[in-house]
Design a binder for this molecule. Sequence first.
Ligand SMILES: Cc1cc2nc3c(=O)[nH]c(=O)nc-3n(C[C@H](O)[C@H](O)[C@H](O)COP(=O)(O)O)c2cc1C
Ligand code: SF4
Ligand code: SF4
Length: 369
Amino acid sequence: MENWLAGAEAGRRHVMSRLQVYYLTGTGNSLLAARWLAAAARAAGFGVAVRSIVPAPSSDGPDAQPGDLLALCLPTHAFTAPWAMIRFALGLPPSRGTPALVLVTRGTLLVGRVLIPGLEGTAAYLIAGILRVKGYDVRGVHAVDMPSNWTIVHPAMSVEPTERVVGQAEVEVTAFVQSVLAGRRRLDGQVRLALGLALAPVSLLYNILGRFRLAKLNFATRACNSCGRCARECPHGAIRMRGRPPRPFWTYDCQGCMRCRSYCPTEAIETSYSFGALASFLTGSSALAFLVGEAARHVPAARALNRGWLGRLATYAYGLGAMALVYRAFHAAIRVPAVNRFFALTTPTTRFRRYRAPGVSAADLRGDE
Ligand SMILES: Cc1cc2nc3c(=O)[nH]c(=O)nc-3n(C[C@H](O)[C@H](O)[C@H](O)COP(=O)(O)O)c2cc1C
Ligand code: SF4
Ligand code: SF4
């Protein structure tokens, strides 16, 4: 069956016959959402291709043909789109009216018996805006609640509410894509976009600073058996196995997607709150001010590093550089069993349940459907 939709350019019509879905996922929620899009499109007689954007698509990338509907499917990170999807959208070829849709998953939380909805903020419309600027005809924008996977901040939901939330999400996503396939324009969530714009400073701070610092709080407890799976399965190649016996070492390439933590077979991956507090002290602006003060005794011009924009830039560069150094020391220190035990005992993440999207295996997360 072929579906006809009015094209973006006056007088032009698009025959939509194939759905191309590109997705980014950490723990499988956005993969499930991509599969639901695909199932609804197949049921409507469309050809379907579903591809992960990391590592880079295995074919020669998005090559919109006449008749394609492009769908981008992604999680929310800090009220916006993850950097990997922003980069992918920026790298798409320009188009003259190819229809497109954006589907975002966000994290809902169970507090007592109440489900608190997630907030996608600018995630969906940032990607939709990039598509629009590139000449795509954005026909659908939607965000759907899935169980939150940010399990370094809170425990994952138990099985029953997880399945309930996922079941509801499937119904919602199917209805959304069916209306887009039927030719209706669905630009949902504009109030949430306004909230996202108000929270834009938080999103920006997370992306330029927070995610790098969080990456360096990860460590493996003594439950680690050096299998190397976390390094192999990381979609962003952000983990190196270092030392003897090898232990995971997180680099600044980490995007905080939670895959390593969720799929480690011995649940050895934790995020250290106590090291975080110590590192903030050593790598923050007060430490820099002290160092600059000391340097200024010999080189008075160094005082400029404490003032104005130069000061802010110096604080930023010092924070990242010092964090990388301090993390090396941390990675070495946790080899000592007593030190490792101390950091494991002083972080709540050891007690937080991991999250994996129901029915999604590590092999499913690896690639094309
Ligand atoms: C680092 C990080 C930040 C997150 N920030 C948000 C957020 O701002 N708003 C929200 O609703 N969910 C947030 N979440 C939850 C995820 O967006 C949500 O669980 C998503 O469905 C995960 O999809 P995935 O399994 O495809 O990665 C965050 C998760 C992570 C790991
Ligand atoms: S997957 Fe887990 S057990 Fe294997 S190397 Fe990584 S942290 Fe250690
Ligand atoms: S290191 Fe872990 S959290 Fe970071 S990007 Fe890789 S799999 Fe995701």
